[in-house]
Design a protein around this ligand. Structure first.
Ligand code: ADP
Ligand code: MG
Length: 694
């Protein structure tokens, strides 16, 4: 069944639907708000709401919801129906402007980091009219931002929207200085490549760890993992291909331009990449993508795992956040052009980013910190926890030349495949790909590869937008105050390169030499969520976030609290899940199996042929049972001890240093036992079942 591309975006109240259904002056007014990134004019709200309601009902909606993104990395919304009862017992369908613009969900049950008390529960949602409404199942979804009664942001979107105005303002300042007087806005654009695992639903249902925590807490290394490199870009199995087809079709109807799909490095791992959008829409679309991935998996008797590290010993999943800046009339500020070394506006942009990333490396690292990502960053497959920038030799050398007061020149670009007559000659790219860098320049955009697969991309992008805006602000001030523009441009590039080149690293980020070198250069190496979280309340970062009106001090502190609270909750749930699985599934199974082995041994003794190997096996099993029980006790104590600690930070530290260590010990003893127990006796599907039986 092929997709009818006339129905692309058919479930979205997009520009086409608006222009068809709104009176021309209303349409013009709304369009102006959207294009300029402003809020809806209250006078047209009723007309827009009415048209939106009629359109939604025609597309099967009976309800509407203010769809928002609390700080849980997923979305939320309460669903209200359009019905309004009449005196005669019938109903009419109603949706007024004020219901479109504002909602009032209870705010006390979402993470708020101490901002809200349950007795003062009111919260508000406000329509972000720059991200279009859409219909899913029976509901009209209205993308909104979410704040408390007192106006503090309680969501991921609000700071993102604020940062979009700030980067637009500073970006405009720069391009005006370089002579652009036609563009009206600068948009941060983002394409988020999403990695995921797809496994058999029946197997998934049999694993408490997957169901509760989204990752395996136990599991011995399978005979075959990803060492053969036969999965990456490999043939897509029929069942998976059908899943991807359905997923694309649903996303396309919702206006999500899913573009690329392929198998990833680990068995059962795949990737979806959309075409990039302005960042607030990209953020909404990525949330929708994750939700649809889960829903469609279930429909196909599959389970989609979005956790950063569902399986030990094979690659985890990330989200490559491709970020760039473009004007409203389509000019990409990170496009180097044919002669990048002469393109001063481009080199200034690069310099702004270098300064931004070096100055706020800790904050950028923090923006990718979620518990699941701690297993991934620093492993040998994902970027390390150290932030650095990959520019490639050509660009690095251009900046270096300028810093040394020379004129950078082009390097020879050679051709490849010239010797094969039937193939087209290919011009070699300016730089090779560097897969190991956390923040890589990839032609006309930066790819921030640290973001976790389950995380919202909002934080990473409001951080990127803000730190770059701050750099641009300083650069523009220098340029505006200078009498000799051209030499000031060169001076700025040179100054920034000299001050911040420590953040540039074009080598292999996976090596231990890099870790040492980074330390020598004084770059932060924040290994886990607990350490990274403090960047949120570091003075220089808070000052910037406050200055550009992204977050208030209170909001920064609350976000810091939320990160740590979430860390504690996840670790505690994982630990308790491990304890339950061990006590109620694993230990009983191993004890039963050991009993059977011991019976077999006794039978052989009775038959006068005692078997030494069998005796050793029974002995080993018995030892493992003791080791598992001990490890279980230690973990239980570590969890109980948390109750005696006060202060979020100290509890989080104890989770990391003692609970996680105890979890590792328990896992180790269970995994060592799994390989000496028969597969029939093992109480849950093993890694081979999970990874190779889709
Ligand atoms: P890969 O990174 O695998 O080489 P591509 O370079 O084709 O793949 O694109 C990866 C992602 O980057 C896609 O989601 C794409 O839409 C996005 N992308 C491309 N150009 C831009 C841009 N100017 N701004 C933001 N994202 C972009
Ligand atoms: Mg990529």
């Amino acid at each position: 069944m092929s997709f009818d591309f006339n129905s692309f975006g058919c479930m979205v109240f997009n520009d086409k639907a608006m222009s068809e259904r709104l009176p021309p002056d209303t349409y013009a007014c709304l369009k102006e708000s959207i294009d300029e990134g402003l809020s809806l004019h209250p006078e047209i709200a009723d007309t827009v709401a009415e048209a939106m309601k009629d359109w939604a009902i025609e597309n099967g909606a009976t309800h509407y919801t203010h769809w928002f993104q609390p700080m849980t990395n997923i979305t939320a919304g309460k669903h209200d129906s359009f019905i309004s009862p009449q005196k005669d017992g019938s109903v009419i369908l109603n949706f007024r402007g004020k219901e479109l613009i504002k909602g009032e969900p209870d705010a006390s049950s979402f993470p708020n980091g101490g901002l809200r008390n349950t007795f003062e529960a009111r919260g508000y949602t406000a329509w972000d009219c720059t991200s279009p409404a859409f219909v899913r199942e029976d509901t009209l979804y209205i993308p909104t931002a979410f704040c408390s009664y007192t106006g503090e942001a309680l969501d991921a979107k609000t700071p993102l929207l604020r940062s979009m105005s700030v980067i637009s303002e500073q970006g405009m300042r720069l391009i005006k200085l370089f002579g652009n007087h036609t563009s009206k806005r600068v948009n941060a654009t983002v394409g988020a490549e999403q990695e995921y695992f797809l496994i058999d639903r029946d197997m998934y249902e049999k694993r408490l760890d997957l169901k509760i925590c989204g990752r395996t807490l136990f599991g011995a290394r399978p005979p075959k993992g990803q060492e053969m490199d036969d999965h990456y870009f490999g043939r897509i199995r029929l069942k998976v291909a059908e899943y991807m087809r359905q997923l694309d079709a649903e996303l396309w109807k919702l206006g999500v331009s899913s573009k690329t799909k392929h198998n990833e490095a680990a068995p059962a791992q795949h990737e979806l990449a959309p075409i990039f959008d302005p960042v607030n829409i990209a953020c909404d679309h990525n949330q929708l993508t994750m939700e649809m991935m889960r829903v469609i998996a279930k429909k196909n008797n599959l389970a989609c795992l979005l956790h950063e590290k569902p399986f030990a010993n094979v690659n985890g999943s990330g989200k490559h956040n491709n970020w760039s800046l473009s004007t409203d009339d389509g000019f990409n500020l990170l496009e180097p052009g044919r002669t990048p070394y002469e393109n001063m506006q481009f080199l200034i942009m690069l310099s702004a980013i270098i300064k931004a990333v070096d100055t706020h490396a800790d904050l950028l690292r923090m923006s990718a910190a979620v518990v699941g990502n701690d297993h991934r960053l620093g492993g040998n497959e994902a970027p390390p926890a150290i932030i650095s920038i990959f520019l490639g030799e050509q660009l690095t050398s251009a900046l270096e030349q300028l810093a040394n007061g020379n004129n950078p020149a082009s390097k020879h670009r050679d051709k490849i495949l010239e010797d094969v007559a039937t193939l087209p000659t290919i011009k070699r790219d300016d730089s090779d790909r560097n897969r190991t860098s956390p923040f890589a320049f990839t032609g006309n955009k930066f790819e921030f590869r640290m973001v976790g697969s389950s995380a919202s991309i909002a934080c990473a992008n409001y951080v990127l937008n803000t730190i770059v805006a701050e750099s641009l602000d300083e650069i523009c001030t220098r340029l505006e105050n200078s009498s000799d523009f051209d030499s000031e441009v060169r001076a700025i590039i040179s100054d920034i390169y000299k001050q911040h080149n420590r953040i540039i690293f074009n080598g292999n980020n996976y090596t231990t030499q890099w870790v040492d070198l980074a330390k020598e250069r004084g770059l932060p190496n924040l290994c886990d969520t607990v350490d990274s979280a403090s960047a949120m309340i570091a003075e220089k970062n808070m000052e910037m976030l406050i200055k550009y009106n992204i977050l208030t001090k209170v909001e920064c502190v609350s976000r810091y609290e939320i990160m740590l609270e979430n860390y504690i909750k996840v670790i505690t749930i994982e630990a308790n899940t491990m304890l339950e699985m061990t006590k109620r599934q694993i230990l009983p199974a191993v004890i039963k199996f050991a009993g059977e082995m011991s019976n077999s041994y006794n039978s052989l003794v009775k038959a006068n042929c005692p078997n030494k190997n069998l005796q050793d096996m029974v002995f080993n099993l018995s030892n493992n049972i003791s080791e598992i029980s001990n490890a279980c006790d230690i973990l239980e104590k570590a969890v109980t001890n948390l109750q005696d600690i006060s202060g979020t930070h100290d509890i989080a530290v104890s989770c990391r240093d003692s609970v996680k260590t105890a979890m590792e010990r328990l896992r180790c003893s269970v995994d060592a036992t799994e390989v000496i127990v028969s597969s029939e006796a093992w109480p849950m599907p093993n890694y081979t079942d999970l990874l190779h039986r889709v």
